[in-house]
Structures are given as C-alpha cells and as structure tokens.
Design a protein around this ligand. Structure first.
Ligand SMILES: [Zn+2]
Ligand SMILES: [Zn+2]
Length: 179
C-alpha cells in the first residue's frame, strides 16, 4: 500500500484501496484473514511530514478461547499515522546519542525516498482491534470439563443433574411442601 508523496496534492489525497488478503501477511500467524483489507482515507502533507487518517474494514478468523472453535470476527477500525522521512544517521547524532523520545514520537512511522507505505499502521491497527479474550459469542458455553464436549452443541450427558437443576428441584420440593 504505497503512495508517491509527490502525488499528494496540498488539499490532501482521498484514497480507497483494497488489498487482497493473500497479499497481506498478518503477524502473529494464529490470526488469519478471511476478508480482503479495505482502507479508505486521506493522506495529507505538512512540510515533509505525511499524515494518514482513514478507516479499515476486514474480517479475521479467530479461535474461541472457551470452545476452541474458529469463528469470524469483523474488524472496522479507524487508523491514523504520522510519517516522517527517515534521516540518514550523521556525525551529529552520534555525538548526541541520548535523544529523549517524547510520547508523540512513539506513533511515528518512517518513510524512505518519496514513497510512504501505510501497511504497518494498518497491520498494527487490525491487531489492536482484536478482542483481548476471543469468544465466538457472548454466551458461549465452552467445553465440558469432564469429557471435553462442546456444550454449544447440546448437553454432553456427563452430569444430567447439574447444580442449576438441583437448585430447581429444591425449589420445586419446597413449593410442594408449602401447598
Ligand atoms: Zn465459543
Ligand atoms: Zn461432558
């Protein structure tokens, strides 16, 4: 996803690109893309700095942390980045090696020559959009701790009198006594 900086007009460049999922390596490999990566946004110039502001749309396949089944997770996320030209290391910087990084420097990306590549911020933003704990659905029942069966597919028969049923039985017999 390369853009030629000289082709960015002063008013900014509106773009919309689609990257085939086969051409977009996502790292770590446990995440696999099932949808192409759509990025739409604006590139703007300020001196030699290039600013990206856009939106990402794609879909990934994740494994549920409870039932271990793969499921599809759609990603829709904003992406911003600030690119600066990569400076050639010169003698001055060697003499002053301790340059303090300000917090804003952390988000800085570098470009070489006259082209800016938005791959890295898009890649990082996709990872940031993923859930901390992946669950195929909110009420995923997970696996039976006894036999390992996927409880979303129905009861496994390990404990027909589960704790919930027991409590209901107690209530029922109480009601009977109160009659
Ligand atoms: Zn699940
Ligand atoms: Zn079971």
């Amino acid at each position: 996803m390369l853009f030629v900086i000289d082709e960015i007009p002063t008013a900014g460049l509106n773009f919309s690109v689609v990257k085939k999922k086969e051409e977009f390596a996502i790292d770590p490999l446990e995440y696999s893309l099932v949808g192409d990566i759509e990025v739409a946004g604006t590139l703007s110039l300020s001196g030699k700095d290039v600013y990206l502001s856009g939106a990402i749309k794609t879909e990934l396949k994740l494994n549920c942390s409870r039932c271990l089944e793969p499921f599809q997770f759609p990603v829709e996320s904003k992406v911003t980045a600030h690119f600066v030209p990569r400076e050639e290391p010169d003698k001055d910087s060697v003499e002053h090696p301790e340059v303090e990084l300000s917090t804003s420097d952390i988000d800085i990306e570098y470009y070489d020559g006259n082209r800016v590549d938005i791959h890295q911020p898009v890649h990082d933003q996709i990872l940031l959009a993923l859930p901390f704990v992946a669950a195929c659905r909110k009420d995923c029942k997970g696996l039976c701790s006894e036999c390992g069966a996927n409880l979303n597919k129905g009861p496994c028969g390990c404990s027909p009198d589960g704790p919930v049923d027991l409590r209901l039985d107690v209530l029922r017999s109480l009601k009977e006594k109160l009659k």
